[in-house]
Design a protein around this ligand. Sequence first.
Ligand SMILES: CC(C)(COP(=O)(O)OP(=O)(O)OC[C@H]1O[C@@H](n2cnc3c(N)ncnc32)[C@H](O)[C@@H]1OP(=O)(O)O)[C@@H](O)C(=O)NCCC(=O)NCCS
Length: 162
Amino acid sequence: MAENRKLKKCSDSLTEITKLLHYRDINGQDRLFGGRLMEWIDEAAGVAAMRHCGGNCVTLMVDSLKFKKGAYINDIVVLIAKVTYVGNTSMEVRVDTYAEEKSTGTRTAINHAYLTLVHIDDNGKPAPIQYGLMTETLNERAEWEGAKKRIAIRKQRSMEGF
Ligand SMILES: CC(C)(COP(=O)(O)OP(=O)(O)OC[C@H]1O[C@@H](n2cnc3c(N)ncnc32)[C@H](O)[C@@H]1OP(=O)(O)O)[C@@H](O)C(=O)NCCC(=O)NCCS
């Protein structure tokens, strides 16, 4: 798509949410309840998408949600979300979740997810996003190219009824 829009940087959407795990976040196996983490991921992605498009968004789909490691009571959990791709009305957001070691501050990845969000108008209908995405780093360009492949896979999966 030829890019005639004004551009925002990937970093303009950067959203970091830090949580301290309480008993209300823990499941019957004494670890972080996956549903709670999914809520936080959705919220982080929503804020990142809103920061990019400057308006309201809804989550269309979540994919590649991979739980790599558990987290436990009193752990510090950090979510980092960033827009990786911008279409006409939709955006892809990547959310990385880490458990942060208290004594050293070292972060271990426990989850990563890609979400698709759609900018909506006052009637809840898809609305054009005014800003394209400026990719500045090798990693950001790789995410952009990866997103094009992921979008094709998502569309194919939807056509096949998944
Ligand atoms: C999200 C919603 C507004 C989209 O409406 P729609 O009429 O189906 O949207 P469109 O077909 O015009 O597609 C909108 C965008 O999503 C993309 N999209 C749609 N289906 C897709 C799929 N299977 N894979 C990848 N992208 C897809 C389209 O390509 C388009 O993006 P683009 O404009 O950047 O190319 C509508 O489905 C909705 O309201 N869903 C409920 C959302 C919700 O309640 N979420 C939970 C709470 S936030």
